[in-house]
Design a protein around this ligand. Structure first.
Ligand SMILES: NC(=O)c1ccc[n+]([C@@H]2O[C@H](COP(=O)([O-])OP(=O)(O)OC[C@H]3O[C@@H](n4cnc5c(N)ncnc54)[C@H](OP(=O)(O)O)[C@@H]3O)[C@@H](O)[C@H]2O)c1
Length: 618
């Protein structure tokens, strides 16, 4: 067996994906290796390849038309192939592809991948989905108590970034009578010895979670209970005796747990994201078929990036096709496989399912609070903030300071094409969508993108970072940066004893490379409003990104404040300060320009003690 193949058969990509010949249209029997699903496997890093990408980016900037860039690229490739044919003839090489690969980095792919399709007819599927919606509606009607729904929701992933906001919003939602949160025990390990010092039980984790969410009132707290479990185990690892009691009363399962790491190996991502989802689906299927079942629907939290690198056309809500430009990482690929399983359960096993696909989730839309999340977009913002502070510290000799300033300039380079667009969405909008899905039987059978309708370009992001953090981030061509500049920068930083920053930059370069090239997917939106009834006005992405910068700078101190109790205390003061400011100015705080915001903050918040000025604690 190839070393690149997963150890267990159930993890093979060929369970979900098939290889199709471009020449004959036939499915090929070849084994599909996980690495073949990724963008980086199909890159040659050839000089001509790098040049072509730069040229396309320039065309997009000059003409504003990605289609024109693609047209010119096709023309260049056509000419490249012609030239390779002539040269091959001249040198007597019968295999033209060898010449084009050596000279121009051009690869002729003779196959493409596609997801295995359900053999069911469209009409038949449509009929089944209508039936599932009707059943969900009937089940929902049975739950109504007086003027509220009395939903009883089982949640996985409640200790995560999105999960915490679900708990927060559910606490104040009268239609949710009860929430059962599945939590795994957490082991505290001694960093030096690697020994387990203490195990925090799910019950204790849950209680601390409520404290950190400022949920103090007994009647609010009593809505929540915490059960031990692990999504990688059958029945979500829940004790059979607990399950027997819970089973008949659960109206919804919200499966939110996942491994959201862009650099995890395939098997790790697969275990949590695909096997975890399969366990959750089987669990819901069992609840749905209990004799006295209250079950309405399973709500799967996916990602709009299950569409991978889709350079042309919209990434449609209704349809997931294998991306012609592959996936950026195994997180995306395994989330797409999980979505495939979810759809299969719905069509083949009649499970009532809603699929929700958030874009890149960031802190909530009024204050930017994120409860300690430091993933995804937070990572580069925190890194640049820290690099700038560490390297331009006013301590030391003139020589040290100038060296620091020079290193900061080198560290604050981000591999991104100025035209690359990121789709950011605040966590409160995402969770408004999740809670709406619980109350909307008509959402069964739908896939809903929870995303913005206007995206920020890398250029805009760099501009906002400069205004908010005073960090001048230089955008570098991603491929050139990854292959040439980054190795040099990290070497210099390591020599200057800045190993941590060097390591973080290196990691960032690898993780973000795919997301910052031009031609990012454009996610169709509409079902959030049409199906879930969310407000038509989607959050202003520029404002929420400004809030992310302000929050991470002052509340998180660019990731240095890690203690979640302290984060919770600071976020409370921040929340009161930001909402006060919103009241006073009559505008969203994200709309207040950076310099004005900083001046207003100086009069109202003591950022050393993190207390409101004028309050008793200050
Ligand atoms: N964040 C984003 O930008 C984003 C964007 C689109 C979609 N999503 C999706 O939204 C969902 C939540 O993401 P997030 O940002 O909240 O992730 P997160 O902060 O990393 O939280 C992950 C959650 O999953 C739990 N979990 C992981 N493995 C588990 C296991 N084996 N058993 C039980 N629980 C387990 C974690 O529990 P522990 O506390 O025990 O580790 C944690 O509660 C995911 O499905 C993700 O794919 C996120």
């Amino acid at each position: 067996m190839s070393v690149d193949l997963p150890r267990s058969d159930e993890m093979r990509p060929s369970r979900y994906i098939e290889k199709v010949s471009l020449i004959t249209g036939e499915t090929l029997d070849d084994e599909i290796l996980p690495k073949q699903l990724l963008v980086r496997h199909h890159r040659d890093y050839h000089l001509v390849d790098i040049h072509a990408r730069r040229m396309m980016s320039r065309v997009v900037r000059e003409t504003g038309s990605p289609d024109e860039a693609r047209r010119r690229m096709r023309e260049v490739r056509r000419k490249g192939k012609k030239a390779a044919e002539v040269i091959a003839k001249l040198i007597g090489q019968s295999d033209v592809s060898k010449v084009s690969k050596a000279l121009f980095g051009l690869k002729d792919k003779e196959y493409y991948f596609r997801f295995k399709k359900s053999p069911r007819e469209e009409e038949d599927i449509h009929r089944q989905l209508t039936d599932l919606r009707e059943e969900a509606g009937k089940q929902q009607a049975k739950l109504a108590e007086q003027d509220r729904l009395a939903l009883r929701v089982l949640l996985t992933g409640g200790t995560g970034f999105v999960g915490k906001e679900i708990i927060w919003q559910a606490a104040y939602d009268d239609d949710i009578a009860e929430m059962i949160v599945v939590i795994r025990p957490r082991q505290i390990v001694d960093r030096k010895t690697g020994d387990v010092v203490r195990t925090v039980s799910p019950a204790e984790r849950g209680e601390r979670l409520l404290d950190r969410l400022w949920l103090e009132a007994p009647d609010v707290r009593s809505k929540f209970s915490f059960v031990e479990g692990d999504v990688e185990q059958p029945d979500l690892g829940i004790d059979p005796a607990v399950l027997e009691k819970l089973g008949p009363k659960v109206s919804h399962v919200v499966h939110c747990a996942a491994s959201v790491a862009f650099d995890d190996p395939y098997e790790k991502s697969f275990r949590t994201n695909v096997l975890g989802t399969l366990n959750a689906l089987r669990f819901s299927r069992a609840l749905q078929s209990l004799p006295q079942s209250s079950f309405v629907a399973h709500v799967g939290i996916e990602t709009s990036y299950i569409h991978g690198r889709k350079v042309t056309g919209l990434a449609r809500e209704a349809q997931v096709v294998f991306p012609r430009n592959f996936y950026n990482n195994y997180y995306e690929a395994t989330k797409a496989m999980a979505s495939f399983e979810t759809e299969r359960f719905m069509l083949e096993e009649g499970l009532r399912v809603v699929q929700l696909c958030p874009a890149i989730v960031i802190g909530e839309s009024r204050a930017g609070n994120n409860r300690g999340d430091a993933k995804v977009v937070n990572a580069p913002v925190n890194l640049f903030g820290r690099a700038q502070e560490a390297l331009t510290s006013q301590e030391g000799s003139w020589m040290d300071r100038s060296k620091g300033a020079m290193l900061a300039k080198m560290a604050c380079v981000f591999p991104a094409d100025p035209t690359a667009e990121l789709n950011l969405v605040p966590v409160d909008r995402v969770v408004a969508g999740i809670l709406a899905a619980l109350k909307t039987p008509a959402a069964v059978g739908e896939r809903v993108h929870l995303a913005g309708d206007h995206r920020l370009t890398s250029h805009q992001i760099a501009q906002i970072v400069q205004e908010e953090l005073g960090v001048k981030v230089k955008l570098a061509e991603p491929t050139l940066h990854r292959t040439v500049t980054l190795p040099i920068i990290t070497k210099v930083l390591k020599k200057a004893k800045q190993e941590k920053i060097a390591h973080a930059l290196d990691k960032l370069g690898t993780i973000f490379a795919g997301y910052s090239e031009w031609g990012q997917p454009i996610h169709q939106v509409g079902n959030d409003v049409r199906v879930l009834g969310l407000s038509k006005q989607r959050p202003n992405t520029e404002h929420v990104f400004r809030l992310l910068c302000r929050h991470n700078r002052f509340v998180q101190e660019f990731g240095r404040v890690r203690d979640l109790d302290e984060i919770s205390r600071r976020e409370k003061a921040w929340w009161d300060f930001m909402l006060g400011l919103e009241d006073e100015t009559g505008m969203p705080v994200g709309a207040i320009p950076a310099d004005k915001f900083h001046a207003m903050m100086a009069d109202r918040l003591d950022t050393d003690s993190f207390t409101l000025l004028g309050s008793e604690e200050a």
